[in-house]
Design a protein around this ligand. Structure first.
Ligand code: G3P
Length: 213
């Protein structure tokens, strides 16, 4: 299954009532061989009781206890959210945060999609046992140049590296068109992360449809 992760961030178009509308509208798109996942902001996570494929944008590696402001796996699972992004370049965390989350997630049956900014970071994630790794060059995020066009060699090498560790490579940043997705696939990626191209589009359903080809 090719994964299409739509990251709502906290774009105005993805929060408050707009968030639920966007989740509802995008949920109408179901394609064979595509796994649609929506990473919503924390106050929108309750939508998981009504819609499939909702994940968090960040998670902390703690058990219940004295951790003010933490988002913990146990609580996410309890509300029906079984996955999260982690280490997005807009929400970087230290290496030990990542390794502890991986351990905790494995123990509890929770899925992490861990972002990486470079081949070196991808290697660290592979060695740490990450299952899903999302390569996103920070400088391309929010722009119109796709990761597949700007960094084809890194995507290809990352895909090979991930394969050798039995990890799955997703890629994101600047993905706006169906042809970008095809290029990502051809370079070995098994999924994409997209944000502005869908969330900030005037026609998000059409925009996502055009990426699920
Ligand atoms: O997590 C996905 C995101 O960072 C990519 O953003 O706007 O370039 O699709 P965008």
């Amino acid at each position: 299954m090719f994964k299409s992760i739509v990251n709502f961030k906290v774009y105005r178009e993805g929060i408050h009532g707009n968030g639920e509308k966007l989740v509802r509208d995008l949920s109408s798109i179901r394609r064979e061989n595509y796994d649609l996942i929506m990473a919503v902001s924390s106050p929108q996570l309750h939508l998981s009781s009504k819609y499939k494929g909702i994940i968090a944008q960040h998670v902390d590696p703690y058990e219940s206890g004295a951790h003010t402001g933490a988002i913990i796996i146990e609580e996410l699972l309890n509300m029906g959210v079984n996955g999260s992004l982690l280490n997005h370049s807009e929400r970087k965390v230290p290496g030990n945060h990542i390794t502890q989350c991986i351990e905790e997630a494995e123990e509890k049956g929770f899925t992490l999609y861990i972002c990486s900014e470079s081949l070196e970071e991808t290697r660290f994630l592979c060695e740490s046992g990450a299952k899903y790794i999302a390569y996103e060059p920070p400088e391309l995020i929010g722009g119109n140049i796709s990761v597949s066009a700007a960094k084809p060699e890194i995507v290809r090498e990352s895909a090979e590296l991930c394969k050798s560790y039995n990890s799955v490579l997703l890629v994101g940043a600047g993905v706006k068109k169906g042809e970008d997705v095809i290029a990502c696939k051809n370079l070995g990626a098994q999924g994409i992360l997209v944000s502005s191209g869908v969330v900030k589009s005037e026609r998000p359903v059409d925009a996502l449809n055009s990426l699920m080809i």
